[in-house]
Design a protein around this ligand. Sequence first.
Ligand code: UD1
Length: 366
Amino acid sequence: MFIDIICGARPNFIKISPIVRELQILEKKAKNNILFRIVHTGQHYDKSMSKSFFNELGIPKPHINLNAKSGSHAKQTSEIMIRYEKLLRKNKPALCLVVGDVNSTLACSVVAKKNGIKIAHVEAGLRSGDMNMPEEINRIVTDSISDIFFTTSLNANKNLLSEGKKSNQIYFVGNTMIDTLIYFKNKLIKPKVFTKEDLRKKNYFVLTLHRPVNVDNKSNYEKILNQISFHCDGRKIIYPAHPRTANNIKNIKLPKNIIVTKPMSYLEFLFLIKNSSAVITDSGGITEETTYLKIPCLTIRKNTERPETILIGSNILIGNNVNRLKKYLSKINAKKWKKSKVPQKWDGITSKRIVKVIHRLLSNNV
Ligand code: UD1
């Protein structure tokens, strides 16, 4: 009896790493061990988007790589589904563990469910209410067919209960992304750009923007970058760009103090944000990391599926009126940011809780 651990995109690797480590610890102790198979869908495939994460986070080489690669959402999702179904025809796990909200999460959960395999969803119950985001559709579909829900917040429990899930299916365990951050926080690596650009601690900004709504329209993209550049008090803004965004950047006029780099490795990126004055982003996961590190964070989105990063964390939603950036960047420049707290159970032992539950469920035949 074994479980499948599905991963495909950059944030997935960060989320599965502590779960795999926990399973390996049990394997070494030959105690309560659970056999597992890591299935990489191939959604992210560049070395900087995939292999570097496996190397740095010490995740063993995937047992299976479905090599689905890029394409439209339908093409990518269907390619993963066809390939995962072929794999399941040969060998079926007792449980399929999926994480997060990417296309790989949705594709593999649908295939597993139709093959009679139970699904455990890590980071279940997050809802932005914005059906224009592919991730929201992925979350809702995955949760609609999952059997076990591991959540990062009590708000996610509430969302699941309101959708008719039973309380004995839901486990509020905390955040595996924060497990990874806590495990590696003393092993961070100074990226080359730090020395090259002569950066000083707490005297530069970090920017990540990759969502189509922010980067696909040239004039909107330029407006956002100009606002940030103009109101950052002359400081440098380091922008590690996703391969998809790198193409958009070629077509715009980039302000001088915005320095674009290739995607960074996990340990380099965390070093960069930990030492920054603030982070400006449209990512969800990064708002959790900045909340844990208590670094001011401005999110260029209209909504968030992670309200705790706003309610008690260090994050602020800018919305789609980028003129609001001025107000919040001035606060950061004046070092007047809100006092924030780390959410409950974001304590580094979430994966232990998850593995304990899985062991109990498997012992009872799920
Ligand atoms: C995906 C997730 C998003 C997550 C992001 C993190 C979905 C719907 N979206 O978005 O939630 O925040 O990962 O990084 O699953 N590409 C490469 N090399 C790679 C991977 C991608 O060049 O290794 C390029 C391809 O041209 C591809 C494009 O990036 O078409 C987009 O990749 P894709 O996996 O479709 O979505 P992301 O934007 O990465």
